[in-house]
Design a protein. Structure first.
Length: 337
């Protein structure tokens, strides 16, 4: 393997979320160049980090010392930019979603395999210490057999116009839920509303898996308070990952269901707040990408992970457009009920 130069990362797209990636890769001392259409933004980063900046993506892709690119542009541009970067021989980190259609995602998958390049999708929560710990606790049986999962991602913040709340917020939660189940749902249903503009600003997604296991997701950017909460219910306890909480991000509530004279009775136990090592999830995600570049290991959030999330997103979008009809996932096809 050819040794990497000291600075070999390019960040393409330095806006709302891209600026955080710029900061982290700069702090990891691997940032070579940034690319954005906004000259004022570029000037600020040049001064702050002492790095080169360009406005033309082709300039970045032609730089021989840029070994990998990080794409944080609007979602509609992801597929084409990923294909261009792979064709230029670069490893790629692309923010979610991987693409807007399964057709584009599968084309990217083929291109990535042919190029033998690392392709990582930015599903940030998979690197959050609280979620990593929660996955291990569930695997150890700390809350018993899984019964139900739900997730709320709510805020009163930036309103998008180029994509609805389903595509903007729900990928995080879809990815988290799929990680616990280990397979795609058999059906998806979504309902939503457009109160602020032409795209949906709130949405509820219902997922049904095999053996009658269900999960639901509620997302909104027009909500009176911020809430980022994932609740995993087992038959021996419930785990709550509250990303808004400062001091108690992961709590296990002990509870057990028993049948007494054919009547279900819930026995409540104690509350256990799980200690976590302080770490910035985005820094951990960026470091994982660098480790994958060096070792050529497959990323945790690899291209199949991105395709699975996109499959559920497309099913949910189809359900939205069908006034809440159930969409069945059958042999890689989406079938309207």
């Amino acid at each position: 393997m050819t040794p990497l130069v000291d600075k070999y990362i390019a960040v393409i797209g330095c806006g709302y979320w891209g600026k955080n990636l710029v900061r982290n890769f700069a702090e990891l001392d691997v940032l070579r160049v940034v690319c954005d259409a906004n000259q004022e933004t570029l000037a600020k980063f040049e001064e702050q980090y002492g790095i080169e900046s360009v406005t033309n993506i082709n300039e970045v892709l032609s730089m021989s010392d840029v070994k990998a690119v990080v794409i944080a542009t609007p979602a509609a541009t992801h597929a084409s930019l990923v294909m261009e970067a792979l064709a230029a021989g670069k490893d790629v980190f692309v923010e979610k979603p991987l693409a807007l259609t399964l057709e584009d995602a599968l084309a990217i998958q083929t291109a990535a395999y042919k190029s033998d390049k690392i392709l990582m999708v930015g599903h940030l929560l998979e690197y959050h210490p609280a979620l990593v710990k929660l996955r291990s606790l569930v695997a150890e049986g700390k809350i018993g057999q899984l019964q139900y999962i739900y997730s709320n991602r709510l805020s009163c913040g930036k309103v998008r116009t180029e994509e609805n709340v389903l595509w903007s917020f729900a990928p995080h939660d879809i990815c988290s839920i799929l990680g616990f189940i280990g397979k795609l749902p058999i059906s998806v249903q979504a309902v939503g509303s457009s109160r602020l503009g032409e795209v949906e600003d709130f949405c509820v997604i219902n997922l049904e898996f095999e053996q009658n296991f269900k999960a639901h997701i509620f997302v909104s950017w027009f909500h009176p308070f911020k809430e980022h909460r994932l609740v995993v219910v087992g038959d021996a306890g419930t785990a709550v990952f509250d990303d808004v909480s400062v001091n108690e991000k992961l709590i296990i509530y002990e509870q057990k269901l028993e049948w007494q004279h054919h009547i279900p009775v819930i026995h409540k136990g104690g509350k256990n707040s799980i200690n976590l090592e302080p770490a910035e999830p985005l820094k951990l995600e960026c470091q994982h990408f660098l480790d994958c570049i060096t070792t050529r290991q497959t990323p945790v959030t690899n291209i199949q992970n991105g395709i699975d999330v996109l499959t559920v997103l497309q099913a949910a979008q189809l359900s939205l457009e069908s006034q809440g009809k159930v969409i069945y996932l059958k042999e890689n096809q989406l079938v309207v009920s």
